[in-house]
Structure formats: structure tokens, C-alpha cells
Design a protein around this ligand. Structure first.
Ligand code: SF4
Length: 334
């Protein structure tokens, strides 16, 4: 059955007019859909219209298949998408509010070796409505103030749907652009295109090594884009948006944590307005080794002693299959 969540006001108006309604009812219907209401709950629509809608359409929301709450308060949802397939999204609670991590694709074709989502390859892009359905479902229970596009998928590999989702979050759900972050593994053309969108979204770069030869070992996209090209694109992004770049650096013990790794990272970030998030690896496979908390803090301390802004990102939800894709794999493997 056709869903309505993906329709804009004009499209909803056309549907309603065919049902004998006035076009202005589309605005009321859209407001209910944005809140996640079921047809039966849309109390300012007539009973007969609600009946006609449910006979011919579905709302198009995601369905929660499983919900796990960590001892630290992090909540992980496994959701079934309207168009088929499972994704995960995570809510992290901070002092300043709740942040939702949204998935933009089912699977991912970027193939980063440390990532569970990348190991299955790309299954399909999510539509704008499917991204929004993650927000709507979670926002019904937990008021979301920030959104990060860091779940499964490479957002810039699903560019148009992702940008439309960001604009809709801003205009329909009242999430400020500065409260939205997009994480990329470094798709240079995508970063440059995003820099021209006139959106003040925070750009997070998954760098993980400042050395091309090491990046190539863990991130196949490093064969297409050098660290220099990625950093140059990030500089343009900062110039256009004024938003400080976030560098994500997954720390892998014995791989990217040496003195020469720090030298390279300090060198490439020299003329870039950025903050470095050191993220201790959450081990997915046996090949890469997790660092201790002590190692992670020592790494960040060396960066700050050399003039960089750097912190260790606390690991949330580690007792509920914290790394992206782990819950989904557990479920599918049952
Ligand atoms: S880390 Fe991100 S870009 Fe890399 S495979 Fe996983 S989801 Fe894709």
C-alpha cells in the first residue's frame, strides 16, 4: 500500500482533493504525519476521511523491532524500514539534550574494515522519508535536540536524499542547522557540493589516519582520495560555512597510535579550524586491537600539548552492541 510520509504538501493536496477534500486539509495531515500520528489519531480530520486514508494508504513510519537501553542511558533501536530492511539508530543523552544518530543507507559500500555496517556492502539507499521516519519514531518518546548522520551508510553516497532530509529536519521539525552533524569517510566531491548548499551543518571527517598508506589499509576510499585532497575540501567547507570541522580518529592499538601518527595528524591539521575526537576502537573483528582508555587519553593529551583541540569521545552503550551495525547483525544472525 502507498505511504504518505514521503509526500509533500502539494502531493498530499492532490490525494485529498481526489477524495473530495479541500486542499488546505493537506496542511493538517502533514502536521500529523510529522508528529508520527496514526490515521485514527488525527482528530481534526473527519472520521470518514480517516477511514478513507487507512483503507488506501499507510502512514509510512518505521517500526521498532527491538529496543535496548544501556546502563549509561544510551538507547539503541533496531527498526524495520517501510521500504524493507533493518537499520539501527541510537539515542545518546547528554546534559544539553538528546542526540539521535540516524542511518542513511542499509549497509554501506565504503568497506571500512573496522565497521560492521560496511562488511555487508550496500543493500540500498534510504529515502528521505525513511530517514525522517527514524527521527519521528524516536522523537515521539524522547525529545531530540541534535541529529548526527553517523549510523549505517555514507551520507554523501546518498547525497540528494540526505540533503533533503537535513532541510526537512530544519523546516518541518525545527532542528537548527547547527544542531545537525554529517559524518563522511571523505568523499571529496560530496564535501565540496555540500559546502555550496548554504547549510551550517557540522562536517565530521572520519580520518582515522593522516597517512595515506595507513588509511588505505583500513578504508578503501583512501585509494580514491588522498588525505591532502580531503583536508583541502574541509578547508573550503569551513570557509563557506564558518563551521569548525570535527576530525574523527578511531584509535587502533599498534596501528595508528605512534609518534609518527601524531606528527602526521598535527601536520595535516595545521591550517584547519578543527577539533579532533579520539575514539577508542570498539572491536568488530579480531584483526584490529582496541586501545586502553589510558592509551586514548595519552594520545589526546599529546595532540593538545601540540596546540590541537582534542578530546576522547566517551564510549556510550558498550553493553548493548555499541558499534554501528552490531545489533542488526546479531538479530539477522539469529
Ligand atoms: S564507517 Fe561509515 S563509511 Fe565506513 S563502512 Fe562503516 S558506515 Fe560506511
Amino acid at each position: 500500500m502507498n505511504e504518505l510520509l514521503s509526500k509533500n504538501i502539494d502531493e498530499l493536496g492532490e490525494i485529498l482533493v481526489k477524495m473530495g477534500e479541500k486542499p488546505f486539509v493537506a496542511k493538517q495531515l502533514k502536521a500529523w504525519l510529522d508528529k508520527g500520528a496514526l490515521f485514527g489519531e488525527m482528530t481534526n480530520l473527519s472520521k470518514s476521511l480517516r477511514q478513507k486514508l487507512s483503507d488506501n494508504y499507510t502512514e509510512g513510519y518505521a517500526k521498532v523491532v527491538e529496543k535496548l537501553t544501556s546502563t549509561d542511558g544510551t538507547i539503541k533501536y533496531l527498526m524495520s524500514m517501510h521500504g524493507g530492511g533493518l537499520i539501527e539508530c541510537v539515542v545518546m543523552t547528554y546534559e544539553h539534550g538528546s542526540t539521535l544518530c540516524v542511518s542513511t543507507q542499509i549497509g554501506c559500500r565504503m568497506g571500512c574494515t573496522f565497521c560492521a555496517s560496511g562488511s555487508e556492502g550496500l543493500i540500498r539507499n534510504l529515502s528521505t522519508a525513511e530517514m525522517m521516519s527514524q527521527f519521528i519514531e524516536v522523537n515521539k518518546h524522547d525529545r531530540i535536540s541534535n541529529v548526527v548522520l553517523m549510523g549505517s551508510g555514507e551520507p554523501l553516497d546518498n547525497y540528494d536524499n540526505t540533503v533533503a532530509f537535513i532541510r526537512a529536519l530544519n523546516t518541518e521539525q525545527d532542528i537548527g542547522m547547527r544542531h545537525i552533524s554529517l559524518s563522511t569517510c571523505g568523499i571529496v566531491q560530496g564535501i565540496l557540493k555540500l559546502a555550496r548548499e548554504n547549510m551550517q551543518v557540522t562536517l565530521c571527517l572520519s580520518l582515522h589516519s593522516a597517512l595515506d598508506n595507513k588509511r588505505k589499509q583500513i578504508m578503501p576510499t583512501a585509494n580514491a582520495y588522498s588525505v591532502k585532497e580531503i583536508i583541502d575540501a574541509a578547508k573550503i567547507y569551513f570557509k563557506n560555512t564558518g563551521r569548525r570541522i570535527i576530525i574523527e580518529y578511531t584509535l587502533i592499538s599498534g596501528f595508528n597510535d605512534s609518534g609518527s601518527d601524531i606528527d602526521a595528524l598535527v601536520s595535516v591539521t595545521k591550517a584547519l579550524s578543527c577539533h579532533i575526537n579520539v575514539i577508542p576502537l570498539n572491536q568488530v573483528s579480531g584483526d584490529l586491537t582496541e586501545p586502553s582508555q589510558k592509551q586514548a587519553y595519552a594520545f589526546a593529551a599529546q595532540l593538545t600539548s601540540r596546540g590541537r583541540s582534542a578530546t576522547v569521545r566517551r564510549s556510550l552503550g558498550s553493553d548493548i552492541e555499541g558499534a554501528c551495525g552490531q545489533l542488526k547483525f546479531k538479530r539477522e544472525g539469529q
